[in-house]
Write a protein that binds this ligand. Sequence first.
Ligand code: PMP
Length: 370
Amino acid sequence: MLEDWLAPKAAALESRGLTRRLRPRPADEVLIDLAGNDYLGLARDPRVVEAAVAAVREWGTGSTASRLVTGTTELHAELESELAAYTGHEAGLVFSSGYLANLGIITALGGPGTLLVSDEHVHASIVDACRLARSRVEVVPHSDLDSIGKVLAERKEPHAIVLVESVYSVLGDAAPLEALAALALKHNALLLVDEAHGLGVTGNGRGSVAAADLAGLDHVLVTMTLSKAMASQGGAVLGPTILRDHLINRARPFIFDTALNPAACAAALAALRILQGEPARPRRIHETAARLAEACEVMPSSGAVVSVPMPGPREAVAAAEVCLAAGVRVGVFRPPSVPDGISRLRLTARADLSTADVDRACAIISSAIR
Ligand code: PMP
C-alpha cells in the first residue's frame, strides 16, 4: 500500500533534483564546517562540555516530566533569569526547542480575537504556529512596512501580532526592527521577533532587539533558540513577566511537553556565560561573514549567514559536493526551504575558525560556485 502511495511522490522529487538524504557525520571528521549553526564555536568547548557532563551527573539524563510536574530544575530557573537579564527583558521561559517556543507563544496569544501578520519569509515554526493558532493570518511581502500598516489599520480583531525574524535564517538579511516596533505600537499591536539567528551574533551578542534598544518594551516580544549560538538544544520566550505567567498556564507546547533536559540547560548556561566574558566572539563572526561574502561576491550579511544564490537545485548540490570533496562543508537550501524559490548555498560564519581556514574556505567555495 505504501509503495503505491509514496513511490510516485519520491520519483517526482527525484526528477526535480529535490530529494533530501540524511548523511550521518562521524565524530572524528576533519572538515571546515560552514553548514552548522554553532555560530560562537562553543558546541565542543571544554567548558560547555564539562557543564553538560556535570549536569548529567547531578541531575540525571532526563528531566523526568513536564515543566509543571517535576521537570523544572534550578538550572531551568537560572537559565531563564540569565537569558532575560542578558538580553534586557523582564523574564524568560525555556521550551524544549525554538520550534516549540514559537508554537507556544503564538498559539497562546492567538485565537479569533487576534490577527497574525506574518512576514512571508519567516521560519516554518512560525508558519506552523499560525496554522495552529485559530487566528486570521495575513502573510505580507518581505519586510514591507506599508503592507503591515495597512492590514493592521484595517483589522477588526482587538489584538494583533506582527511576526518577523531579526536576521532571516536563509537569506541572512535583517528586519527593520525600529520601524516595525514603532508601526506595531501605533496600531496597538505586538511585535514578535524570532532571534534564532540574532542572539549571540548581533548587538555584540545581545541580539538585534537589544541593539535597536527595543528590549524590555511592553509590546516587543522575543523567541530564540538555544541550538545555534548557545551551542545546545532548546528554545525560549523573552518578555514581560505577565507574558511568562500566561504561557505557563496557556502554552500547550510548554505544558504538555517533557521539560528540556538538564544537560542542555547547563550547556546553554555555560555558553551564555562564556559569551558575556568573551565579546570578541561575535566580532569574529562578523569578520568571517564579511570575508565569505566578499569571496562569493554576494551582499554582506547582517549576521552569520551568507547566502549564495545558485542557478538551480542540481547546481547547488553539485557545488556543495565539490566543496565537501575539498574539505569544506556548506549548507544547501532548495525548495521548499527557500522563501524565494532560489536554490542556494548557505554559509555560516563561526567565531572559532582560524584565518587560515577562512582563507582556504573562501578559495574553495569561490572556485566551486563558478
Ligand atoms: N526559528 C528560526 C528562525 C530558526 O532558524 C529555527 C531553527 N532552524 C527555529 C526557529 C527552530 O529552533 P529549534 O531548532 O531550536 O527548534
